[in-house]
Design a binder for this molecule. Structure first.
Ligand code: SAM
Length: 472
């Protein structure tokens, strides 16, 4: 039996099944132990995070009063570290060719109903211009795994094309990448191409289920997939994004595994994950309905989000349009810091007038336009941010974490968010959104603590009004 060892580079040791089962047992036995729960909550209030065992006890706890305390703490931590900013992004599907057999994903190789499509560079350009015309500055590129149709050279060419497009006032300033686990050499190439975060969802941490859910193709190899982030970091990528596809396995197991993975990255590389995504499985074309048996309800989902916020306060949390407006509203308050807007999950979907479904990965639950999402956020008191400054200033990995821990975010990210929102309002927003946004910027300027920074920000806002763009 493999031993649990957080610093090991072997998947079976840092995501150790015995340790997870022991943790779940410990959590179950202590779920009514109010003394221990209070102690864990006290520790969480120090805002230095919790380990997987402590966080699992909170997840197991069903005491309503204590759950209310968890939610209040998650809200407070979110406010302290991220203020009221919400970073905006959109996914861009490059290709749905895939050689894997993932039983929950409509891109699986045997699916003959789905139209297979791969964007040409000319089509990438058109998609990016459509996204820029909405106001997006940050993309997450997505592709199936297919060494013949989507080799790393194709992905690199697409990244290059995306960064090279200057259109009206728009330019994509950060390309995050969600492609299959690959080699150190390929991660180095992605790093050299200037990617932002490398995102790879674990799907499930449970090895046996993982192998059943990925019966064929390179993705079948659990260890290779689970050790991908170590290879990415070895290849020089500072920012990595973890995620679990909730609904595939038992959520308590996934939650413990996810936190153990974060602890492992911190222990080995000195920096934890930059982001954690919390996708929930959605029904999709050519998928056996039994795959969806472990689905979780909205309340459990909210509790997971709140506890991730408490357990890893410095890690951004991402929610996609898989979730409805209602669910997004709830979890944004509990700790989510990045959301996608106006997403289309089909290859070439942004250039179609009507949302196409034929090459789609899954149905989106939030179909609003970016302008509607921006307005909705502002009406709830959030600042939609199109900022990408950290990445361009080299503030990635541990340097970003240091900024977060120094609590200087309010003097740095807050003004940047206001400036990029101002750009959005000037260049892309509807009249109503612009009106609401201008008022928000006016009042939020007062929340910049340092007078000197406030003055610089005011000065830049005036310059944006005069037509100058892209302040760093
Ligand atoms: N090929 C890459 C890989 O293997 O990681 C990227 C995969 S895909 C474009 C992005 C993510 O979509 C997957 O990691 C998976 O978690 C998610 N996904 C697949 N099928 C889904 C479904 N039916 N509902 C919700 N999310 C799904």
């Amino acid at each position: 039996m493999a031993e649990y060892n957080v610093k090991s580079l072997k998947a079976e040791e840092f995501i150790n099944d015995g340790e997870i089962l022991d943790t779940l047992d410990y959590a179950e036995k202590n779920k009514d132990n109010l003394e221990l729960i209070d102690k864990i909550l006290e520790k969480a209030k120090e805002r230095k995070g919790l380990n997987h065992r402590e966080a699992s006890v909170l997840l197991a706890c069903e005491n309503e009063e204590k759950i209310k305390e968890m939610y209040a703490l998650a809200k407070q931590i979110k406010k302290d570290f991220y203020g009221n900013r919400i970073v905006m992004f959109a996914p861009l599907y490059l290709s749905n060719y895939c050689v894997n057999g993932c039983v929950y994903c409509p891109y699986h190789m045997k699916n003959k109903h789905i139209g297979r499509k791969k964007l040409t560079q000319e089509e990438v350009k058109k998609e990016v211009i459509a996204l820029q015309d909405m106001g997006h500055k940050r993309l997450a590129i997505e592709a199936g795994e297919d060494p013949k149709n989507n080799p790393i050279e194709y992905i690199l060419e697409c990244i290059n094309t995306i960064y090279s497009i200057k259109h009206k006032n728009g330019a994509i300033r950060r390309v995050n990448v969600n492609i299959a686990a690959t080699t150190v050499e390929n991660y180095r190439k992605l790093k050299d191409a200037g990617i932002g975060t490398y995102i790879l969802f674990q799907e499930t941490y449970h090895k046996k289920s993982y192998e059943q859910l990925h019966p064929t193709g390179p993705k079948h190899n659990y260890d290779y997939h689970t050790e991908a982030m170590d290879r990415a970091m070895e290849g020089g990528i500072d920012d990595v994004g973890l995620g679990v596809l909730f609904g595939l396995e038992m959520y308590k197991y996934e939650f413990a595994g996810l936190l153990m993975h974060a602890e492992h990255l911190e222990a080995v590389h000195g920096v934890g994950p930059h982001t954690i995504s919390v996708p929930r499985i959605k029904r999709a074309d050519d998928i056996d309905p039994n795959v969806f048996d472990n689905g979780i309800d909205d309340d459990t989902f909210a509790k997971i989000c709140a506890l991730i916020r408490i357990a890893v306060p410095y890690t951004g949390m991402i929610i996609s349009t898989r979730e409805s407006q209602k669910v997004r509203e709830k979890v944004i308050g509990l700790g989510v810091s990045q959301i996608s807007g106006a997403s289309r999950t089909s290859v070439g979907g942004y250039t179609e007038e009507i949302r196409p479904h034929d090459t789609e990965q899954f149905d989106v639950s939030d179909n609003r336009t970016l302008d509607e999402v921006v307005l909705w956020l502002m009406k709830m008191g959030y600042i939609p941010s199109f900022c990408t400054a950290c990445y361009r200033e080299g503030r990635t990995g541990d340097r970003f974490m240091a900024l977060c821990k120094s609590k200087q975010i309010q003097n740095c990210c807050h003004p940047n968010a206001l400036m990029t929102l101002k750009e959005y309002l000037m260049d892309y927003a509807s009249e109503e959104t612009r009106k609401v946004g201008e008022e928000l910027i006016k009042s939020e300027l007062e929340n910049i603590p340092k007078e000197k920074v406030k003055k610089i920000c005011k000065d830049h806002l005036e310059k944006i009004e005069q037509g100058i763009r892209d302040f760093r």
